[in-house]
Design a protein around this ligand. Structure first.
Ligand code: C5P
Length: 218
């Protein structure tokens, strides 16, 4: 369609979410945090007592997600889950439910519905490869696993959540492995994506890089 999409994909805790939100705000575009849908599927499954390897049951949960995003908060079946969906359990759970083709297919239409005028910034793992392959701009945003673990550690400590750098780093490596090696929509660096390594780059600089790339094309 004619509505432009900026696709920002990359590994966990690379800063995609922050960059996507700020680019969307700068351009007045809509924002799709696609990881939220996988996180919510995991949270809903855990609440329902569904095992995270039961594809049929997980697919039903994904298809029937009753979710509301409002004022920066997220509600699942009328219950606020803004914090629960950001927990390590939800992060690990999301990467487990995301391996299933049924779950991914159930979430596809919901993601594409975010494509509304004047444009959309989507962040995730398969924005440029599967959900919006015709995206006007594709960015692969990454950082070293050490830097990503440190950033996540600081975020948690600032929120008053206790954290362990070693186990965070281990979790990240395992999620990366699962995301890169799964059969359906694995995380890949597309040949037509711009590579943005933010290991030694501020969030401001990363946002500027994406906005400059966008303006060069338009
Ligand atoms: O981006 P975020 O860390 O919130 O995503 C949580 C998990 O959801 C990822 O580890 C990944 O397994 C899955 N995911 C995905 N495809 C997307 C976005 C997220 O498989 N487009």
């Amino acid at each position: 369609g004619g509505i432009p999409v900026i696709a920002i994909d990359g590994p966990s805790a690379s800063g995609k979410g922050t960059v996507a939100a700020r680019v969307a705000a700068a351009l007045g575009f809509h924002l799709l945090d696609s990881g939220a849908l996988y996180r919510l599927t995991a949270v809903a499954a855990i609440k329902a007592g569904v095992a995270l390897d039961d594809e049929a049951a997980l697919t039903q949960i994904a298809a029937g997600l009753d979710v509301r995003f409002a004022d920066g908060a997220t509600w699942l079946a009328g219950e606020e889950v803004s914090d629960a969906m950001r927990s390590e359990a939800a992060s690990v759970g999301a990467s487990k439910v995301a391996v299933f083709g049924g779950v991914r297919a159930a979430l596809l239409g919901r993601q594409r519905a975010f494509r509304q005028a004047p444009g959309l910034v989507g962040d995730g793992r398969d924005m440029g490869s599967v959900v919006f392959p015709d995206a006007a701009l594709k960015v692969f945003l990454t950082a070293s696993v050490e830097i990503r673990a440190e950033r996540r550690y600081k975020q948690l400590i600032e929120k008053g959540v206790s954290a362990n750098l070693e186990s965070l780093s281990q979790d990240l490596r395992e999620r990366d492995e699962r995301d890169r090696n799964r059969a359906h929509a694995p995380l890949v660096q597309l040949p037509d994506a711009l590579l943005l390594d933010t290991s030694s780059m501020s969030a401001d600089a990363a946002v500027r890089f994406v906005l400059d790339a966008w303006r060069e094309r338009n």
